[in-house]
Design a protein around this ligand. Structure first.
Ligand code: NIG
Ligand code: FE
Length: 401
């Protein structure tokens, strides 16, 4: 059964070749088609995209009533597998206590103590919360288990809701290894990693990540991070890095040197970091997480500087109990526009096309692609940032979803 979607005031395809004759040169990369239609096949694949006046027949028809349609958000950085919360830590930060990663141990203890069913229920609730705000694809990291069993369990729970899972055994050094950091790095790069990839094609993770942060006593320095990433790469995983979050550090350079798909945070960058990211364009994406700067009272990164240097910039939520307990990509877009110098079009592109690329995905709205779409109770994408805080966007539920 094919379905014809009509009544689309503005369709963002992320396919520049589709931009209609009214396209603004400043947003041609969005490939906007006004007064558009989309045909979706019964298995959830896009069959046809174009102006409504030229739409073919379909078995069924749904009129969206003059709403804008966008590719569903691709949240390429989240930590959804955790129990408990750290609201008191957030409140303390608002009155001046800085974030240093020490609170991660609190979430590790709560997560270890939770049952499998409890973790499943919590993750399912957070994924539903994301869909209700327009996110159709999510990457989920482990990192609140930090034992072999608890990391595998976290990845299994994540795998039940997404194929885009990331092994973050190197989130922090757990307390029981505080006096022997090297032994923990050996555990992560040895038995844990072996167990994660044991099943080959059905490995529990597609990527490996490390919190590379010499400014935190809990996280990993450049040498430790390199050891983790090289082991992950040798095991066949794609690379992701938490870098330059709390201060200047080696994370960005390391990610670019090793060909990571993404280096995330990028809050504190020197000119050499910007140059490295620009040179790594097409390979390494700089994923900005403005909800973290909001929730940790950090300065926002200068995204304008990155885009002007030619860097690939993505936006994601980083939803986690410590630095940003918000699963909202519209919130991240609003912050990116207001605080980081992105145009509304660049922010939408960053949260869809570029974040997709950092997961090895193509999220153009085009024939043959999955129909992962979101709909706005508004006529254009400009309303995403303009109507900040108002729930105007949701994943479009189709018969197959
Ligand atoms: O991306 N920085 C490291 N990891 C998370 C925060 C984890 C936590 O505080 O629980 C982040 O900000
Ligand atoms: Fe993170």
């Amino acid at each position: 059964m094919s379905l014809l979607l009509t009544g689309i005031s503005e369709l963002t395809t992320n396919d520049p070749a589709r931009a209609d004759c009214h396209a603004d040169p400043g947003d041609s990369f969005l490939g906007i088609v006004r007064d558009a239609a989309v045909v979706v096949s019964g298995d959830g694949t896009i069959e046809w995209v174009g102006p409504a006046g030229r739409a073919p027949q379909a078995d069924e028809r749904r009129d969206l009533g003059g709403r804008a349609v966008i590719p569903g958000f691709v949240d390429s950085h989240s930590h959804l597998v955790f129990a408990g919360d750290r609201s008191a830590e957030f409140a303390a930060r608002m009155t001046g206590t800085p974030y240093d990663g020490g609170g991660i141990a609190v979430s590790v203890a709560a997560t270890r103590a939770a049952s499998d069913d409890e973790l499943r229920r919590l993750v399912a609730g957070r994924v539903a919360e994301m869909r209700a705000q327009g996110t159709t694809t999510v990457e989920i990291k482990s990192g609140y288990g930090l034992t072999l069993e608890d990391e595998l369990r976290s990845l299994r729970v994540a795998r039940e809701v997404t194929p885009h899972t990331t092994f973050l055994g190197a989130h922090v050094v757990p307390r029981e290894y505080a006096s022997d950091r090297a032994a923990y790095v050996d555990l992560v790069t040895g038995p844990m990693l072996e167990a994660v990839v044991a099943d080959g094609a059905t490995a529990l993770a597609e990527s490996i990540d490390v919190f590379c942060e010499p400014h935190s006593a809990h996280a990993f320095d450049g040498d430790e991070a390199r050891t983790v990433l090289e082991a992950g790469r040798a095991a066949g995983l794609a690379l992701r890095v938490h870098g330059n979050q709390l201060g200047h550090g080696p994370g960005v350079q390391l990610a670019c040197e090793l060909g990571a798909r993404s280096v995330d945070h990028c809050t504190f960058l020197g000119d050499d970091d910007v140059d490295a990211l620009a040179a790594a364009r097409g390979t390494t994406v700089a994923t900005l997480l403005p909800g973290v700067e909001f929730s940790t009272r950090s300065p926002y990164p200068d995204a304008r500087r990155l885009l002007d240097a030619g860097v690939d910039v993505a936006l994601a939520s980083d939803c986690n109990p410590g630095t940003c307990y918000s699963s909202s990509i519209p919130f991240a877009i609003a912050l990116a526009v207001r605080e980081m110098g992105l145009t509304p079009a660049e922010a939408l592109h960053a949260a869809t096309a570029v974040s997709a690329r950092s997961l090895g995905l193509d999220r153009r709205v085009a024939p043959g692609q999955p129909a992962e779409l979101a709909v706005l109770d508004a006529p254009t994408h400009l309303h995403l940032a303009y109507r900040a805080g108002v729930p105007i966007v949701r994943a479009l539920n189709l018969p197959h979803s």
